[in-house]
Design a protein around this ligand. Structure first.
Ligand SMILES: Cc1cc2nc3c(=O)[nH]c(=O)nc-3n(C[C@H](O)[C@H](O)[C@H](O)COP(=O)(O)O)c2cc1C
Length: 207
């Protein structure tokens, strides 16, 4: 198995989402020592935003692309190749302003490519998306300052983080998604310690 770890926090040592992905890797390694891990950074090293050249190239058929189009899509091509080559995606993602960090959004814009990671079923815009990444599994390891972001909980209606990621993964065909959320970071103290213990144990018990 090849595991792709995608980190999104702009913090390094103090980041809890990075701690979660690290814990995930340590646990996985004890169970599957010969698996391969690749790291994709979207928080500290910035992923460039897509631009006009990118859009001009992405919506053309491959043979119609100019040299300029091909250049604009080069990073996107590399990132999509990386996704296709891996079996499991582990996304360490903080909630920033009820959503995801902008670096991860830039990454998503680079990988959401028509006829590469998704297509319209009929071949023309029909609102019927077909994901092209098959047989993949995703883990979303989220961190948040507050809590109550689950469905039907007090902040559920403003959770544009895990719900958004789940939707994006689904469009690309990744429907086998498991979410772990470490909440309460802003409160600290016992309440945060309890949340940490709960999530750390849950990650440890992944088979
Ligand atoms: C810029 C910024 C915006 C944040 N926005 C929210 C938010 O909308 N809701 C929330 O619950 N926590 C929010 N937080 C708290 C973070 O989600 C929390 O600190 C988390 O642990 C950060 O991830 P990290 O530890 O991996 O860096 C925000 C933190 C920062 C720095």
């Amino acid at each position: 198995m090849k595991i792709l770890i995608i980190n999104a926090s702009v913090r390094s040592e103090r980041s809890y989402s990075r701690k979660l992905t690290q814990l995930f890797v340590e646990n996985w390694k004890t169970k599957c020592p010969s698996d391969i891990f690749t790291y994709r950074e979207t928080g500290i090293d910035s992923i460039p935003n897509i631009d006009e050249g990118w859009i001009a190239g992405a919506f053309k058929k491959t043979p119609d692309r100019t040299e300029e189009n091909r250049k604009a899509l080069q990073l996107s091509d590399e990132l999509i190749k990386e996704l296709k080559e891996h079996d499991v995606y582990v996304i360490g993602v903080p909630m920033y302003n009820w959503s995801i960090p902008s670096g991860l959004k830039a990454y998503i814009d680079q990988i959401m490519r028509i006829n590469e990671t998704w297509k319209f079923r009929s071949g023309v815009p029909d609102g019927d998306y077909v994901g092209l990444l098959e047989n993949k599994k995703a883990f979303i390891l989220s961190t948040r300052g507050d809590t109550g972001y689950g469905e039907n909980e007090k902040n559920g209606h403003v959770n544009f983080q895990t719900t958004y990621l789940k939707h994006i993964l689904g469009i690309m065909g990744i429907t086998d998604t498991t979410i772990f959320s470490l909440d309460n970071e802003e409160f600290g103290g016992e309440i945060f310690e309890n949340s940490k213990n709960e999530i750390f144990n849950a990650i440890h018990s992944i088979a």
